[in-house]
Structures are given as structure tokens and as C-alpha cells.
Write a protein of this length. Structure first.
Ligand SMILES: N[C@@H](CCC(=O)N[C@@H](CS)C(=O)NCC(=O)O)C(=O)O
Length: 304
């Protein structure tokens, strides 16, 4: 009975149904006139649009990315590995301007048939290995260097559960809440309500978890923290969609404490700068080819 009352149709639902002015046609046809922020790159087909190979630098690992929440997961991980002394984790990070459609070059599509950043190519192995999907890249790097992934079967299982939780949950935050709250040309109450509710539910899941543990998968910082912080940590710190007030994030006290702790890590500060194209100029490092680039080649220095 208690559950049934949760799903009762309200006055608001009825009003919304009546005010709906869009009637789906018999068959949907693509039009790029929808006015959305990503209207110029969103399309219903896959594959490359033009011929161009990817640039390759001098380091074993080549990252093609942009400083979005999915992109920074990998640069943070690589900076963590370098901070731990793994020189084999040296990397070149190339900027892929997704708003200009660079994810549709033939070279990029060969590396990631899904045309999304981030993508990594490991040239330290006999046949260069491509890895796409940020969760798979984090896992690959954690296994390759034996870091930031618990070694016991139980610990590893818990860590991977949270890593996959992030992969399944963040599209509701990014593609759902972020899209309709920030980017959609029309603010649709139904969509914003639906994804706000889900985002807050997810933040509450994390808050409960972090009430019991210092880090997401247990007592130690792992790839699950990197993946989840990049979305939910940045969100509660007001670094994503300017939505911290709207979501009343102050109630997620454990998430905020955890997010602040991670925000101060040196590798996180550096990783966030990589392939970043917005914000203060001294926080933007469009391409990273050496550890000295953070001081010597950030946009504030280059534009002097
Ligand atoms: N599940 C993918 C998502 C990657 C993703 O959505 N990347 C976005 C930027 S955050 C992108 O490349 N968008 C370009 C496009 O949609 O064309 C991952 O975790 O790697």
C-alpha cells in the first residue's frame, strides 16, 4: 500500500500530459535544427567522416581526449601512476575537440569505433593495443601497473562493482540531468524532475557508502574513486553544471568530505588540467607531452 501511493497520478502529471505539444511522427527523421548545444555533432549514424591519422608522440602511452569528466579520469590515473614512480606510464595527451567533430576522423574511429573520448593506445606492447571506454582504460592501467586496484578477490570485486556502477549511473547524470538542466534549448520540467530525482538518489547511494568507508571501495583510494569523483565529486564541489545549489548538495556531507580530500591530490590537480579548454588559462594544458608542461606550457604561459 505504501508503495502504491508513491506512483499515484498527480494533478501535475495530468497538466503535463495536456500541455504536450509534440506528437511523435510515424517514423522519426533526423534534423540538425533542434537547437541543442551538441546539435552539430550529434547524429544517428556511426563511422568515420573524414580521413586523418592520429598523431603519435614519443611516449609509450598515447591518450586522445578532452578535459570532460570522462576524459580526466585517464589523465588523473596516469598522473597517479607517474607519482607512484611508474615511468612506463609516461604519456602524450592529444586534444580531441569533440565539438569540432574530431572524434569522427578515420584514425580516431579505428581506435574507438564508438567515436567518444577518451581513448588510449599502448605502444609499449608488440602490437599497439587500443583501449576505449574510460572504465576499461582505468582497469587496463590498474592491471598493467598493479596499482589502485585491491589485490584480494573480495576487494577487487567490490572495486569493480563500483567502477561498473559509475559506468551505468553517470549517463543519467550527464546525458540526463546535465543535458536537460544545462544544455537543452527548452527547459522541460518533466525531464529535469526525472533526472534530478535520479541524480539525488545516486548521491544518496554514495553518501551512505561513504558513511561506512573512507573511500568508495574500502579503506584505500582506487580506480573506483577516480571514476566516481570525476562526475559526482566535481558535481558536489560545484565544478559541473553549476548545479550544486539546485541539487542542495550540502546534505551529502560524506560525499563532500571525500570529494574535497580527492580534489587536493596533486595528481588530480594535474590530471584535471590535461586537455582542458575552459576555465582559468593557468588551469588549461591543451596538450601534454612532458611533466614540465604543466608549468611551462599551460595556456597562461603560451598566450603571454
Ligand atoms: N562510456 C564512455 C562515454 C564517453 C563519452 O560520452 N565521451 C563524450 C565526452 S564526455 C564524447 O566523446 N562525446 C562526443 C560525442 O558524443 O560525439 C566512457 O566512459 O568512456
Amino acid at each position: 500500500m505504501r508503495y502504491l501511493s508513491l506512483f499515484k497520478t498527480t494533478e501535475k502529471d495530468l497538466k503535463m500530459n495536456q500541455s504536450n505539444d509534440y506528437v511523435p511522427p510515424k517514423m522519426w527523421v533526423h534534423t540538425s535544427q533542434n537547437g541543442g548545444t551538441f546539435a552539430n555533432i550529434n547524429k544517428p549514424t556511426a563511422g568515420s567522416l573524414y580521413e586523418e591519422t592520429l598523431p603519435v608522440g614519443k611516449h609509450p602511452l598515447q591518450l586522445y581526449s578532452m578535459g570532460t569528466p570522462n576524459g580526466i579520469k585517464i589523465s588523473i590515473m596516469l598522473e597517479e601512476l607517474l607519482a607512484l614512480g611508474h615511468t612506463g606510464a609516461e604519456y602524450d595527451a592529444w586534444l580531441c575537440r569533440i565539438h569540432k567533430g574530431e572524434q569522427f576522423s578515420s584514425g580516431f574511429v579505428e581506435a574507438n569505433p564508438n567515436s567518444k573520448i577518451p581513448v588510449l593506445i599502448d605502444h609499449s606492447v608488440k602490437t599497439p593495443q587500443r583501449i576505449f571506454e574510460s572504465g576499461a582504460i582505468l582497469f587496463y592501467l590498474a592491471e598493467k601497473f598493479g596499482e589502485l586496484l585491491p589485490t584480494t578477490f573480495e576487494g577487487r570485486t567490490e572495486c569493480l562493482s563500483w567502477l561498473f556502477w559509475q559506468m551505468g549511473s553517470a549517463p543519467y547524470l550527464g546525458g540526463g540531468f546535465g543535458h536537460f538542466y544545462k544544455y537543452a534549448p527548452k527547459k522541460i520540467e518533466y525531464a529535469i524532475d526525472r533526472f534530478t530525482m535520479e541524480t539525488k538518489r545516486q548521491l544518496d547511494v554514495l553518501d551512505h557508502r561513504l558513511d561506512k568507508e573512507s573511500y568508495i571501495s574500502g579503506p584505500k583510494y582506487t580506480i573506483a574513486d577516480i571514476a566516481i569523483w570525476s562526475w559526482y565529486g566535481q558535481l558536489v564541489l560545484g565544478q559541473l553544471y553549476d548545479a550544486d545549489k539546485f541539487l542542495n548538495v550540502t546534505i551529502y556531507k560524506n560525499v563532500i568530505a571525500w570529494a574535497e580530500k580527492i580534489n587536493h591530490r596533486n595528481a588530480v590537480i594535474r590530471g584535471k588540467m590535461v586537455n582542458r579548454t575552459s576555465g582559468d588559462l593557468d588551469t588549461q594544458l591543451h596538450e601534454r607531452h612532458s611533466s614540465s608542461d604543466f608549468e611551462l606550457r599551460n595556456e597562461a604561459v603560451l598566450r603571454k
